[in-house]
Design a protein around this ligand. Structure first.
Ligand code: PMP
Length: 360
Protein backbone atom coordinates (compact mmCIF):
# COMPACT_ATOMS: atom_id res chain seq x y z
CA UNK A 1 0.00 0.00 0.00
CA UNK A 2 1.40 3.42 -0.93
CA UNK A 3 1.97 5.96 1.82
CA UNK A 4 0.58 8.62 -0.51
CA UNK A 5 -3.04 9.60 0.05
CA UNK A 6 -5.08 11.15 -2.74
CA UNK A 7 -7.29 14.16 -2.12
CA UNK A 8 -10.46 13.51 -0.09
CA UNK A 9 -13.20 11.93 -2.15
CA UNK A 10 -11.00 10.29 -4.78
CA UNK A 11 -11.14 6.87 -3.13
CA UNK A 12 -14.97 7.16 -3.02
CA UNK A 13 -14.99 6.93 -6.80
CA UNK A 14 -15.98 3.54 -8.15
CA UNK A 15 -14.02 3.14 -11.39
CA UNK A 16 -16.20 3.23 -14.50
CA UNK A 17 -16.70 -0.20 -16.01
CA UNK A 18 -17.29 -0.20 -19.75
CA UNK A 19 -19.28 -2.90 -21.51
CA UNK A 20 -17.27 -6.08 -22.04
CA UNK A 21 -16.77 -7.22 -25.59
CA UNK A 22 -15.72 -10.84 -24.99
CA UNK A 23 -17.30 -13.87 -23.38
CA UNK A 24 -15.23 -16.87 -22.40
CA UNK A 25 -15.68 -19.73 -24.81
CA UNK A 26 -17.90 -17.75 -27.20
CA UNK A 27 -16.41 -16.99 -30.60
CA UNK A 28 -19.16 -14.74 -31.96
CA UNK A 29 -20.33 -12.25 -29.40
CA UNK A 30 -23.28 -9.93 -29.97
CA UNK A 31 -22.39 -6.80 -28.04
CA UNK A 32 -25.36 -4.59 -27.31
CA UNK A 33 -24.06 -3.02 -24.13
CA UNK A 34 -22.36 0.30 -24.90
CA UNK A 35 -24.74 2.21 -27.20
CA UNK A 36 -22.22 2.08 -30.02
CA UNK A 37 -23.46 2.88 -33.52
CA UNK A 38 -25.15 -0.18 -35.03
CA UNK A 39 -23.58 0.30 -38.44
CA UNK A 40 -20.04 0.93 -37.22
CA UNK A 41 -18.06 3.83 -38.69
CA UNK A 42 -18.48 5.37 -42.11
CA UNK A 43 -16.07 3.75 -44.61
CA UNK A 44 -14.87 7.27 -45.45
CA UNK A 45 -13.97 7.88 -41.79
CA UNK A 46 -12.13 4.56 -41.65
CA UNK A 47 -10.18 5.45 -44.78
CA UNK A 48 -9.30 8.90 -43.39
CA UNK A 49 -8.12 7.27 -40.15
CA UNK A 50 -5.84 4.88 -42.05
CA UNK A 51 -4.57 7.69 -44.26
CA UNK A 52 -3.57 9.71 -41.18
CA UNK A 53 -1.07 6.96 -40.32
CA UNK A 54 1.45 8.48 -42.75
CA UNK A 55 1.79 11.54 -40.49
CA UNK A 56 1.87 9.82 -37.12
CA UNK A 57 5.21 11.33 -36.22
CA UNK A 58 3.75 14.85 -36.28
CA UNK A 59 1.82 16.41 -33.45
CA UNK A 60 -1.84 16.95 -34.28
CA UNK A 61 -3.33 20.40 -34.84
CA UNK A 62 -4.00 21.24 -31.20
CA UNK A 63 -6.70 23.71 -32.20
CA UNK A 64 -8.61 21.08 -34.26
CA UNK A 65 -9.13 23.88 -36.80
CA UNK A 66 -10.37 21.84 -39.75
CA UNK A 67 -12.53 19.57 -37.67
CA UNK A 68 -14.18 22.51 -35.91
CA UNK A 69 -14.82 24.12 -39.29
CA UNK A 70 -16.39 20.88 -40.57
CA UNK A 71 -18.59 20.54 -37.46
CA UNK A 72 -19.58 24.20 -37.75
CA UNK A 73 -20.48 23.78 -41.43
CA UNK A 74 -22.52 20.63 -40.82
CA UNK A 75 -24.42 21.97 -37.82
CA UNK A 76 -24.62 25.66 -38.74
CA UNK A 77 -22.54 26.70 -35.71
CA UNK A 78 -19.67 29.16 -35.23
CA UNK A 79 -16.41 27.09 -35.18
CA UNK A 80 -14.88 29.63 -32.82
CA UNK A 81 -17.38 28.56 -30.19
CA UNK A 82 -16.60 24.86 -30.54
CA UNK A 83 -13.93 22.93 -28.65
CA UNK A 84 -13.04 19.32 -29.40
CA UNK A 85 -12.11 16.73 -26.81
CA UNK A 86 -10.91 13.19 -26.30
CA UNK A 87 -14.50 11.96 -26.15
CA UNK A 88 -17.25 14.17 -24.75
CA UNK A 89 -16.23 12.56 -21.44
CA UNK A 90 -13.12 14.74 -21.42
CA UNK A 91 -15.19 17.89 -21.93
CA UNK A 92 -17.60 16.90 -19.16
CA UNK A 93 -14.58 16.40 -16.90
CA UNK A 94 -13.07 19.74 -17.88
CA UNK A 95 -16.36 21.53 -17.17
CA UNK A 96 -16.33 20.01 -13.67
CA UNK A 97 -12.72 21.07 -13.16
CA UNK A 98 -13.45 24.59 -14.35
CA UNK A 99 -16.72 25.29 -12.60
CA UNK A 100 -16.91 23.08 -9.49
CA UNK A 101 -14.59 22.33 -6.62
CA UNK A 102 -14.48 21.15 -3.01
CA UNK A 103 -17.69 21.93 -1.14
CA UNK A 104 -19.67 22.58 -4.34
CA UNK A 105 -22.57 20.49 -5.59
CA UNK A 106 -23.05 19.05 -9.07
CA UNK A 107 -26.67 18.22 -9.78
CA UNK A 108 -28.20 15.80 -12.27
CA UNK A 109 -31.16 13.52 -12.70
CA UNK A 110 -31.57 10.32 -10.62
CA UNK A 111 -30.57 7.94 -13.42
CA UNK A 112 -28.12 10.29 -15.06
CA UNK A 113 -24.94 9.32 -16.88
CA UNK A 114 -22.42 7.83 -14.41
CA UNK A 115 -19.53 10.06 -15.47
CA UNK A 116 -21.19 13.15 -13.95
CA UNK A 117 -20.69 11.75 -10.46
CA UNK A 118 -17.20 10.42 -11.21
CA UNK A 119 -15.96 13.79 -12.46
CA UNK A 120 -17.77 15.71 -9.70
CA UNK A 121 -16.10 13.56 -7.03
CA UNK A 122 -12.79 13.92 -8.84
CA UNK A 123 -12.78 17.67 -8.25
CA UNK A 124 -13.92 17.30 -4.64
CA UNK A 125 -17.51 18.35 -5.34
CA UNK A 126 -20.58 16.47 -4.13
CA UNK A 127 -22.81 14.78 -6.71
CA UNK A 128 -26.49 15.38 -5.98
CA UNK A 129 -29.37 13.68 -7.78
CA UNK A 130 -32.96 14.77 -8.29
CA UNK A 131 -35.70 12.13 -8.43
CA UNK A 132 -37.14 11.26 -11.82
CA UNK A 133 -40.83 10.80 -12.49
CA UNK A 134 -41.62 7.66 -14.50
CA UNK A 135 -37.97 7.44 -15.58
CA UNK A 136 -38.07 10.99 -16.99
CA UNK A 137 -36.03 13.92 -15.74
CA UNK A 138 -38.18 16.28 -13.68
CA UNK A 139 -37.63 20.02 -13.94
CA UNK A 140 -39.48 20.60 -10.66
CA UNK A 141 -37.34 18.06 -8.80
CA UNK A 142 -34.11 19.39 -10.31
CA UNK A 143 -34.97 22.95 -9.37
CA UNK A 144 -36.04 21.88 -5.87
CA UNK A 145 -32.64 20.18 -5.41
CA UNK A 146 -30.66 23.34 -6.21
CA UNK A 147 -28.91 24.81 -3.20
CA UNK A 148 -26.56 27.75 -2.73
CA UNK A 149 -23.72 25.27 -3.28
CA UNK A 150 -24.94 24.10 -6.72
CA UNK A 151 -22.45 25.03 -9.44
CA UNK A 152 -23.34 22.77 -12.36
CA UNK A 153 -26.53 21.06 -13.53
CA UNK A 154 -26.09 18.26 -16.09
CA UNK A 155 -28.92 16.93 -18.18
CA UNK A 156 -28.37 14.23 -20.76
CA UNK A 157 -30.90 14.85 -23.50
CA UNK A 158 -31.86 12.15 -24.39
CA UNK A 159 -30.83 10.55 -21.14
CA UNK A 160 -28.66 7.47 -20.84
CA UNK A 161 -29.78 4.89 -19.63
CA UNK A 162 -33.51 5.70 -19.68
CA UNK A 163 -33.64 6.92 -23.30
CA UNK A 164 -36.23 9.51 -22.35
CA UNK A 165 -35.85 13.21 -23.15
CA UNK A 166 -36.84 16.59 -21.81
CA UNK A 167 -38.81 18.81 -24.15
CA UNK A 168 -37.57 22.14 -25.38
CA UNK A 169 -40.06 23.86 -23.07
CA UNK A 170 -38.84 21.81 -20.08
CA UNK A 171 -35.16 22.55 -20.73
CA UNK A 172 -35.98 26.25 -21.09
CA UNK A 173 -37.96 26.22 -17.84
CA UNK A 174 -35.06 24.49 -16.11
CA UNK A 175 -32.58 27.11 -17.30
CA UNK A 176 -34.90 29.96 -16.40
CA UNK A 177 -35.12 28.61 -12.85
CA UNK A 178 -31.35 28.47 -12.33
CA UNK A 179 -29.25 31.27 -10.90
CA UNK A 180 -27.01 32.82 -13.57
CA UNK A 181 -23.91 31.59 -11.72
CA UNK A 182 -24.96 27.94 -12.24
CA UNK A 183 -23.76 26.25 -15.42
CA UNK A 184 -26.32 24.16 -17.31
CA UNK A 185 -24.73 21.42 -19.43
CA UNK A 186 -26.96 19.87 -22.08
CA UNK A 187 -25.24 16.58 -22.90
CA UNK A 188 -26.70 15.75 -26.30
CA UNK A 189 -24.67 12.59 -27.02
CA UNK A 190 -27.66 10.92 -28.72
CA UNK A 191 -29.15 14.04 -30.37
CA UNK A 192 -28.81 12.76 -33.94
CA UNK A 193 -31.20 9.89 -33.29
CA UNK A 194 -34.06 12.11 -32.11
CA UNK A 195 -36.72 13.22 -34.55
CA UNK A 196 -39.30 14.71 -32.18
CA UNK A 197 -40.39 18.28 -32.89
CA UNK A 198 -40.36 19.28 -29.24
CA UNK A 199 -36.77 18.11 -28.68
CA UNK A 200 -33.81 20.43 -28.17
CA UNK A 201 -30.09 19.72 -28.11
CA UNK A 202 -29.68 23.00 -26.24
CA UNK A 203 -28.04 25.09 -28.97
CA UNK A 204 -30.66 27.86 -28.85
CA UNK A 205 -30.12 28.21 -25.14
CA UNK A 206 -26.35 28.34 -25.68
CA UNK A 207 -26.88 31.21 -28.13
CA UNK A 208 -29.19 33.08 -25.78
CA UNK A 209 -27.39 32.73 -22.44
CA UNK A 210 -23.84 32.69 -21.17
CA UNK A 211 -24.35 29.85 -18.66
CA UNK A 212 -25.35 27.02 -21.01
CA UNK A 213 -23.08 24.63 -22.90
CA UNK A 214 -23.92 21.69 -25.19
CA UNK A 215 -21.73 18.59 -25.49
CA UNK A 216 -21.79 16.13 -28.40
CA UNK A 217 -19.97 12.97 -29.37
CA UNK A 218 -18.70 11.04 -32.38
CA UNK A 219 -19.12 7.77 -30.44
CA UNK A 220 -22.77 7.12 -31.24
CA UNK A 221 -24.29 7.89 -34.64
CA UNK A 222 -20.83 8.34 -36.21
CA UNK A 223 -19.70 4.98 -34.83
CA UNK A 224 -16.32 6.28 -33.66
CA UNK A 225 -16.35 5.22 -30.00
CA UNK A 226 -12.87 3.73 -30.32
CA UNK A 227 -11.45 6.95 -31.69
CA UNK A 228 -12.42 9.05 -28.63
CA UNK A 229 -13.82 12.24 -30.05
CA UNK A 230 -16.38 14.71 -28.76
CA UNK A 231 -17.07 18.42 -28.89
CA UNK A 232 -18.70 21.20 -26.95
CA UNK A 233 -20.52 24.28 -28.23
CA UNK A 234 -20.79 27.14 -25.83
CA UNK A 235 -20.60 30.85 -25.18
CA UNK A 236 -17.20 32.41 -25.89
CA UNK A 237 -16.33 32.63 -22.19
CA UNK A 238 -16.85 28.92 -21.53
CA UNK A 239 -15.01 27.85 -24.70
CA UNK A 240 -12.11 30.08 -23.68
CA UNK A 241 -11.99 28.42 -20.26
CA UNK A 242 -12.04 24.92 -21.79
CA UNK A 243 -9.25 25.87 -24.18
CA UNK A 244 -7.13 27.05 -21.25
CA UNK A 245 -7.68 23.84 -19.31
CA UNK A 246 -7.47 21.13 -21.95
CA UNK A 247 -4.27 19.32 -22.85
CA UNK A 248 -2.55 21.01 -25.80
CA UNK A 249 -2.95 18.02 -28.13
CA UNK A 250 -6.02 16.41 -26.61
CA UNK A 251 -7.30 14.96 -29.89
CA UNK A 252 -5.01 12.60 -31.82
CA UNK A 253 -4.43 13.25 -35.51
CA UNK A 254 -6.17 10.07 -36.78
CA UNK A 255 -9.17 11.08 -34.64
CA UNK A 256 -9.21 14.56 -36.18
CA UNK A 257 -9.06 13.05 -39.68
CA UNK A 258 -11.73 10.42 -39.00
CA UNK A 259 -14.00 13.01 -37.38
CA UNK A 260 -13.69 15.35 -40.32
CA UNK A 261 -14.58 12.60 -42.80
CA UNK A 262 -17.41 11.32 -40.59
CA UNK A 263 -19.08 14.68 -40.16
CA UNK A 264 -18.95 15.26 -43.91
CA UNK A 265 -20.52 11.87 -44.67
CA UNK A 266 -24.17 12.86 -44.33
CA UNK A 267 -25.25 9.85 -46.38
CA UNK A 268 -23.83 7.51 -43.73
CA UNK A 269 -25.40 9.34 -40.77
CA UNK A 270 -28.76 9.42 -42.59
CA UNK A 271 -28.52 5.68 -43.10
CA UNK A 272 -27.64 5.16 -39.43
CA UNK A 273 -30.58 7.32 -38.36
CA UNK A 274 -33.00 5.49 -40.64
CA UNK A 275 -31.70 2.17 -39.32
CA UNK A 276 -32.43 3.28 -35.76
CA UNK A 277 -35.81 4.74 -36.75
CA UNK A 278 -36.83 1.28 -37.92
CA UNK A 279 -35.16 -0.99 -35.35
CA UNK A 280 -35.74 0.97 -32.15
CA UNK A 281 -39.55 0.70 -32.41
CA UNK A 282 -39.16 -2.88 -33.67
CA UNK A 283 -37.13 -4.00 -30.65
CA UNK A 284 -39.31 -1.99 -28.25
CA UNK A 285 -42.45 -3.53 -29.76
CA UNK A 286 -41.07 -7.06 -29.45
CA UNK A 287 -40.17 -6.44 -25.79
CA UNK A 288 -43.70 -5.26 -25.12
CA UNK A 289 -45.12 -8.24 -27.02
CA UNK A 290 -43.24 -10.39 -24.49
CA UNK A 291 -45.24 -8.60 -21.78
CA UNK A 292 -42.24 -6.56 -20.62
CA UNK A 293 -42.11 -2.92 -19.66
CA UNK A 294 -39.80 -0.94 -21.95
CA UNK A 295 -39.09 2.80 -21.91
CA UNK A 296 -40.14 5.11 -24.73
CA UNK A 297 -36.58 5.69 -25.80
CA UNK A 298 -35.49 8.18 -28.44
CA UNK A 299 -31.82 7.11 -28.33
CA UNK A 300 -30.11 4.09 -29.92
CA UNK A 301 -30.94 1.87 -26.96
CA UNK A 302 -33.91 0.84 -24.86
CA UNK A 303 -34.35 0.04 -21.20
CA UNK A 304 -36.36 -3.06 -20.37
CA UNK A 305 -37.63 -4.40 -17.05
CA UNK A 306 -37.19 -8.16 -16.74
CA UNK A 307 -38.36 -10.64 -14.08
CA UNK A 308 -34.85 -11.34 -12.75
CA UNK A 309 -32.23 -9.07 -14.29
CA UNK A 310 -29.17 -10.98 -13.01
CA UNK A 311 -30.56 -14.30 -14.22
CA UNK A 312 -31.67 -12.82 -17.53
CA UNK A 313 -28.27 -11.17 -18.06
CA UNK A 314 -26.55 -14.51 -17.35
CA UNK A 315 -28.94 -16.33 -19.71
CA UNK A 316 -28.24 -13.86 -22.52
CA UNK A 317 -24.49 -14.20 -21.96
CA UNK A 318 -24.90 -17.93 -22.27
CA UNK A 319 -26.39 -17.21 -25.70
CA UNK A 320 -23.42 -15.01 -26.60
CA UNK A 321 -25.31 -11.74 -26.12
CA UNK A 322 -23.99 -8.94 -23.92
CA UNK A 323 -26.43 -6.27 -22.75
CA UNK A 324 -26.00 -3.91 -19.80
CA UNK A 325 -27.44 -4.76 -16.38
CA UNK A 326 -28.44 -1.49 -14.77
CA UNK A 327 -27.76 -2.20 -11.09
CA UNK A 328 -24.98 0.38 -11.11
CA UNK A 329 -27.50 3.01 -12.18
CA UNK A 330 -29.93 2.20 -9.37
CA UNK A 331 -32.16 0.19 -11.74
CA UNK A 332 -31.57 -3.38 -10.50
CA UNK A 333 -34.56 -4.85 -12.37
CA UNK A 334 -33.67 -3.37 -15.73
CA UNK A 335 -31.42 -4.16 -18.66
CA UNK A 336 -30.29 -1.65 -21.26
CA UNK A 337 -29.95 -2.97 -24.76
CA UNK A 338 -28.35 -1.13 -27.65
CA UNK A 339 -29.99 -1.27 -31.06
CA UNK A 340 -27.71 -3.37 -33.22
CA UNK A 341 -27.72 -4.70 -36.75
CA UNK A 342 -30.77 -6.59 -38.01
CA UNK A 343 -29.39 -10.07 -37.17
CA UNK A 344 -28.24 -8.89 -33.73
CA UNK A 345 -31.63 -7.39 -32.85
CA UNK A 346 -33.37 -10.55 -33.98
CA UNK A 347 -30.99 -12.79 -32.04
CA UNK A 348 -31.50 -10.69 -28.90
CA UNK A 349 -35.28 -10.71 -29.10
CA UNK A 350 -35.35 -14.46 -29.80
CA UNK A 351 -33.00 -15.21 -26.89
CA UNK A 352 -35.05 -13.05 -24.54
CA UNK A 353 -38.16 -14.87 -25.72
CA UNK A 354 -36.53 -18.19 -24.77
CA UNK A 355 -35.64 -16.76 -21.35
CA UNK A 356 -39.23 -15.64 -20.80
CA UNK A 357 -40.48 -19.11 -21.81
CA UNK A 358 -38.26 -20.61 -19.10
CA UNK A 359 -39.83 -18.29 -16.53
CA UNK A 360 -43.36 -19.53 -17.19
N1 PMP B 1 -22.86 11.40 -22.39
C1 PMP B 1 -23.71 10.37 -22.42
C2 PMP B 1 -25.12 10.60 -22.01
C3 PMP B 1 -23.26 9.11 -22.81
O1 PMP B 1 -24.10 8.07 -22.81
C4 PMP B 1 -21.91 8.94 -23.20
C5 PMP B 1 -21.36 7.61 -23.65
N2 PMP B 1 -21.74 6.51 -22.98
C6 PMP B 1 -21.07 10.05 -23.13
C7 PMP B 1 -21.59 11.26 -22.74
C8 PMP B 1 -19.62 9.96 -23.42
O2 PMP B 1 -19.35 9.75 -24.73
P1 PMP B 1 -17.87 9.83 -25.32
O3 PMP B 1 -16.91 10.13 -24.22
O4 PMP B 1 -17.64 8.53 -25.97
O5 PMP B 1 -17.93 10.97 -26.30
Amino acid sequence: MSSLTPRPGILDIAPYKGGESKLQGVSRVIKLSSNEGALGASPKAQEAYRHAAAELYRYPDGGATRLRAAIGARHGLDPERIVCGCGSDELIGLLCRAYAGPGDEVLYSQHGFLMYSIYAKGVGATPVTAAEVDLRGSVDNLLAAVTEKTRIVFIANPNNPTGTYMTDAEVKRLRAGLRPDILLVVDAAYAEYVSRNDYTDGRELVDAHDNVVMTRTFSKIHGLGGVRLGWAYGPEGIIDVLNRLRSPFNVASPALAAGEAAIADAEFTDLARRHNDYWLPWVTGKLRDLGLEATDSVGNFVLVKVPDAAKCDAFLRGEGIIVRAMGGYGLPDWLRVTIGREDENQAFVEALGRFMEQQR
